[in-house]
Design a protein around this ligand. Structure first.
Ligand code: 1CP
Length: 351
C-alpha cells in the first residue's frame, strides 16, 4: 500500500483510543458480545456444539459478526474461547458449558506432553475465522483477537473444570513451583505465537484475559502470574498492534500492572477508572467498567450509570467503554442497543 493510500484509510476509533489519540466519540464494545443473550446466536448454537462452532470458520465468523450487525459497536471480538489454543496443544477438552479437561495437568511429564503451538498447523480455523471476519467488517470497526493469560489458562488446566475459587490451582502453584514455572513458560510462549498469528491474519488489537489472576494474593500475583504476562508481552513488542490486558478483580495489584508493556488495561466495575488512571499513569488507556447488572435497570437508570462511568473516565480520551465483565445471558439485547447509542451520543465531538 502506498503512503498516500495508507494515510487515507481511517484508523478505527477503538485503535486510536488504545493509542491515546483523539477520537470522534468514545469507542464502545461489550465483553462476551457474541453469545447466549442473542437469539440469533442461540439459533446457530442449537444446531452446533460449542467446540465445533469454534472450529468451523464460517459459523465462527457468522456469530462474531452478529452483534456488529445488530448494534453500532466499535469493535468485533473473535468468536472463540481461551481454551481453543490449548486444544491445539493436544489437550483433550470439552465444554459443559465451561471447559472440562479430561486429564488435568499436574506433573512435569504432563507439561512436556504439550505441543508448542504452531498456529498455522494447530489452529488454522482460528486464523481463517480472523481473515473472514476482517474481510466483512466495515473499516471503522476494529477486530480484536484474544487469548487467556498464562495463569488464567493454568487455572483450568490444573483444576480440570471451572471453579469459583480455583482452590486446587491456587494450592498447586504454592506447592509445585517447578511444574508451575514450566507450565507458565510453555503457555506464555505458545500464547505469544498464537496472538502474533491472529495479528498477522488481521486482528487489529489483542486482548489478554486475566480472569482469575485476581484470586491470588499480592505476593503470588507478583511472583507467579505477572512474570508470565511480562514474558508473553515482551515477545510481541515489535507488533504495531495495541495490547489490552483485562485485569479482573486486580485493583489491589494495579500498581504492579502499571509496569506492564501494554497500551490498555481493562477494569471491572468494583473500582474507579479515575483512581486507576492515577495508579496506571498517563501513558495507558483504560477500558471498562459498567456493572453488567446495570443493563437490567430501567432505561433512565442505565443512562445515568453510563454517564457516571464516562465522568469517572474523565475528558481527554484514552477510554474505551465496556462492561466490567462479560454480559449475562439473561440480558435484553435492546438494553445493549440503548447503551451503545447513549455512549456515542454523549461523547460525540467531546474533547
Ligand atoms: O454454551 C455456549 O454457548 C458456550 C458458552 C461460551 C461462550 C459463548 C464459552 C464456554 N465460551 C464462549 C465464548 C467466549 N469465551 C468468547 C467470545 C465471545 C465474545 O466475547 O463475544 C470469549 C472472549 C471468551 C473468553 C473466555 N472463556 C474467558 C475470559 C473472559 C471472561 O469472561 O473472563 C473465560 C474465563 C473463558 C472460559 C469459559 N469458556 C466457556 C465458559 C462458559 C467459560 C467460563 C467458565 C467459568 O465460569 O469458569
Amino acid at each position: 500500500m502506498s503512503a498516500l493510500t495508507k494515510a487515507k484509510v481511517q484508523t478505527p476509533p477503538l485503535i486510536a483510543a488504545a493509542r491515546g489519540e483523539a477520537t470522534p466519540h468514545t469507542p464502545v464494545w461489550i465483553m462476551r458480545q457474541a453469545g447466549r443473550y442473542l437469539p440469533e446466536y442461540r439459533r446457530v448454537r442449537s444446531k452446533t456444539e460449542f467446540g465445533a462452532l469454534t472450529r468451523t470458520p464460517d459459523l465462527a465468523a457468522e456469530v462474531t459478526l452478529q452483534p456488529v450487525r445488530r448494534f453500532n459497536l466499535d469493535a468485533a471480538i473473535l468468536f472463540s474461547d481461551i481454551m481453543v489454543p490449548v486444544e491445539g496443544m493436544g489437550v483433550d477438552l470439552t465444554y459443559a458449558p465451561g471447559p472440562v479437561i479430561a486429564h488435568p495437568i499436574r506433573t512435569l511429564k504432563d507439561v512436556a506432553k504439550l505441543r508448542p503451538l504452531v498456529p498455522e498447523r494447530d489452529v488454522p480455523y482460528v486464523l481463517e475465522t480472523v481473515r473472514m471476519v476482517r474481510a466483512e467488517l466495515p473499516p471503522h470497526v476494529a477486530l480484536i483477537g484474544f487469548a487467556g493469560s498464562p495463569f488464567t489458562v493454568l487455572s483450568y488446566l490444573v483444576s480440570g473444570k471451572p471453579s469459583k475459587e480455583f482452590a486446587t490451582a491456587r494450592a498447586f502453584v504454592q506447592s509445585e513451583p517447578e511444574v508451575t514455572a514450566a507450565l507458565l513458560d510453555h503457555l506464555a510462549d505458545s500464547t505469544a505465537a498464537y496472538l502474533r498469528a491472529q495479528a498477522e491474519a488481521g486482528a487489529q488489537a489483542l486482548m489478554l484475559f486475566e480472569s482469575w489472576g485476581g484470586l491470588l494474593g499480592r505476593g503470588d500475583f507478583a511472583r507467579i502470574a505477572l512474570p508470565s504476562v511480562q514474558r508473553l508481552v515482551s515477545k510481541l513488542k515489535d507488533l504495531d498492534v495495541p495490547l489490552i490486558y483485562f485485569a479482573n478483580n486486580c485493583w489491589t495489584v494495579l500498581d504492579l500492572i502499571a509496569g506492564l508493556d501494554v497500551q490498555v488495561v481493562g477494569l471491572d466495575w468494583r473500582g474507579s477508572l479515575a483512581q486507576a488512571r492515577t495508579v496506571l499513569g498517563k501513558g495507558k488507556t483504560v477500558q471498562g467498567n459498567l456493572d453488567p447488572a446495570s443493563l437490567f435497570a430501567p432505561p433512565e437508570v442505565l443512562k445515568r450509570r453510563i454517564d457516571d462511568v464516562l465522568a469517572d473516565a474523565g475528558p481527554g480520551g484514552g477510554h474505551i467503554f465496556n462492561l466490567g465483565h462479560g454480559i449475562w445471558p439473561e440480558t435484553d439485547p435492546d438494553a445493549v442497543a440503548r447503551l451503545v447509542d447513549h455512549v456515542h451520543s454523549r461523547t460525540e465531538g467531546r474533547p
